[in-house]
Design a protein around this ligand. Structure first.
Ligand code: NAD
Ligand code: WQD
Length: 346
């Protein structure tokens, strides 16, 4: 259902990996989008590609504003009338957050406070927030996480996500008329099926799939498998991978849910099934038609055996289910990697 009024959706972090694919899906479905991003971990090029892919005649407005800049943010709200906000902008590297905790608290939490201030000032009371499976306390038995599973983070990054959820919840409780949906994502990967959009890490990737695809194309020598003695079917870590375009569609489903006026709600967004690191190597090898060199290395500090999603609530309430397979995730990731070996760099 395309949006019928002239109001806009504000997407913070809209040039980043998940944000840009969501902007693409929003544009495809007829939403008017405005992006705020300080480009600290992205560039403008994804927006040009979205315009091409969707045949948009006008450029998607991008404000190169840091969420720390209250006045800059206010100016965006002054120029556009927003029906809702999707808030992606954050720093996200777990390891870096351990070494630079204040940078993470300042960027993620202060940024969210400024955003909420602007929303209150301009009467915008609908928000979808990028949360993460990292907010859950590790389950020793590896049971799938439900939205009411016990919370508990082990990194400053994870704590910023938990604090941001709480800040938003407190605002919803304090003020009439707010609707907020927290989406706790599991492990997003893949790329748009066109091969023109995907994840473009600015440094050596921390996450498994971007690292693996850079090994496959020869930019990195080999994959390091972190731990082979986990309590999983082959000893390597098991995760719930979700195609980036499925995740983008989940955001549109959440946006559509906001007018149901349910106040504060939380949804897990994942597939409900998991793959081990070795299974992901096999799947990616099949997609790119070559062996991916790897070594078996010690565990990475802070990792756990299994992180699995129980996607029941999102299916029942949002009507959201993943529709793309593991094979498609790997094929799309490989298409992006081979057609854009240097990412968005021209
Ligand atoms: P990303 O780094 O690609 O995108 C984040 C974007 O936010 C970047 O474009 C960056 O430039 C921008 N940004 C950061 N701080 C900003 C600030 N202060 N002001 C303005 N812009 C700012 O990351 P992503 O993978 O697209 O993640 C998006 C969101 O999803 C993040 O909030 C992240 O914590 C969350 N998340 C990501 C994953 C994942 O595996 N990628 C999993 C769960 C949750
Ligand atoms: C997956 C598996 C690793 C890299 C992270 C964040 C989480 C969320 C999603 C933001 C694990 C193994 C990895 C490598 C490997 N992000 N691995 N070699 O750790 O599940 O989740 O991203 O919210 O908060 O922690 O994802 O892709 O890093 O790891 O063997 O080079 O791959 O040990 O088992 P993770 P990941």
């Amino acid at each position: 259902m395309p949006v019928s009024d002239s109001s806009h959706v504000l997407v913070t972090g809209g040039t980043g990996f998940i944000g840009s694919h969501t902007v693409l899906e929003l544009a495809r479905q007829g939403y008017n989008v405005v992006v705020v991003d300080n480009l600290s971990n992205s560039c403008e090029e994804p927006l040009r590609r979205i315009e091409k892919l969707t045949g948009l005649k006008d450029r998607i407005p991008l404000f190169k504003v840091d969420l720390a800049d209250k006045d800059g943010l206010r100016e965006v709200f002054r120029q556009y009338s927003f029906s809702s906000v999707i808030h992606f902008a954050a720093l996200k590297a777990v390891g870096e957050s351990v070494h630079k905790p204040l940078m993470y608290y300042r960027n993620n939490i202060a940024g969210t406070l400024n955003l909420m201030d602007a929303m209150i000032e301009f009467g915008v009371k609908n928000i979808v927030f990028s949360s993460s499976a990292t907010v859950y306390k590790a389950d020793p038995e590896g049971r799938p996480f439900r939205e009411d599973s016990e919370l508990g983070c082990t990194s400053p990054y994870g704590r910023t996500k938990l604090f941001m959820e709480s800040i938003i919840q407190d605002v919803v409780n304090a003020e009439q008329g707010w609707n907020a949906i927290m989406l706790r994502y599991f492990n997003p990967t893949g790329a748009h099926e066109s091969g023109t959009m995907g994840e473009d890490p600015m440094q050596i990737p921390n996450n498994l799939m971007p690292y693996m695809s850079q090994v496959a194309i020869g930019k990195l020598e080999k994959l390091h498998v972190f731990g082979t003695d986990y309590n999983t079917r082959d000893g390597t870590g098991l995760r719930d991978y979700i195609h980036i375009m499925d995740l983008a569609e989940a955001h549109v489903a959440a946006l559509r849910r906001l007018p149901a006026n349910q106040g504060y709600e939380v949804f897990n967004i994942g597939s409900g099934s998991g793959q081990t690191v070795l299974e992901m190597i096999d799947a990616m090898s099949a997609a790119c038609g070559k062996k991916i060199p790897y070594s078996e290395d010690p565990r990475r500090s802070g990792d756990i055996d299994t992180i699995l999603c129980d996607p029941t609530k999102a299916a029942e309430v949002l009507g959201f289910k993943v529709s793309r397979s593991l094979e498609q995730m790997c094929a799309d990731l490989w298409r992006w990697q081979t057609t854009n070996p240097n990412g968005y760099e021209q």
